[in-house]
Design a protein around this ligand. Sequence first.
Ligand SMILES: [Zn+2]
Ligand SMILES: [Zn+2]
Length: 247
Amino acid sequence: MPLNSLRRLWRNLGLAQTRCTYCLVPFTPETALNATAPLCPACVALLAPCNAPRCLRCALPLDTATTLCGECLHNPPPWDGIAAYGLYQGELRNALLRLKFGGEFTMASLLGDCLFKIATALPPPDALVAVPQHPVHLRRRGFNQAHEIARALHRHTGIPLRADLLRRAAPHIPQTGLSAAARRRNTRQLFEASAQARDLALWLVDDVMTTGVTLRSAVRALRDGGARETLVLIVARTPLDSPCEHQ
Ligand SMILES: [Zn+2]
Ligand SMILES: [Zn+2]
């Protein structure tokens, strides 16, 4: 029997079934899966990337024909480029919350697959770096969701994940409830890069970007530490005025 007929028979008998990572419903993939976290067709559509117009420097959704938002025009971010999968809403937001507050590590694989999709067009870096979490948050949660997503991307790409290149510098006041200006002051000295970052091209991975203040501070530290290039990879971007529930 030809191979294609065998595959069809295998599928028709339901033997090729797999379980959707997001909705947990069994389904039969039409083609070979190129993902560590398989998704059924309905969830592929629900978790599709955002193709709406966005700021080229910070991925902020724009409702005009401009290419840069006002903030990036007046205060350009320090990174060399940005890739953002989607917006912090709907099922993508739900997947991020299931990882962060529900501790569902399968969501890290799913979100790592999302980053893999947007990263394939970029030149590969020397290493991946996850935005380090504040020690208080890390103690409370027991894991850093950005690191888990970066680890999934590392498994998918083989690019080394370097937790030693960037660390939190000093305790700070919680960010929640602060204005953007107050956050900027609060995060000025938030990170320190290791000497090992010198001359490296890096992808800095984070789960959600709200004001971008934390990411600006992290990239500035890497740049001060001698990193050659830093691209920011984020799963989801919020509009500037969204509540900051992900801190
Ligand atoms: Zn599904
Ligand atoms: Zn912008």
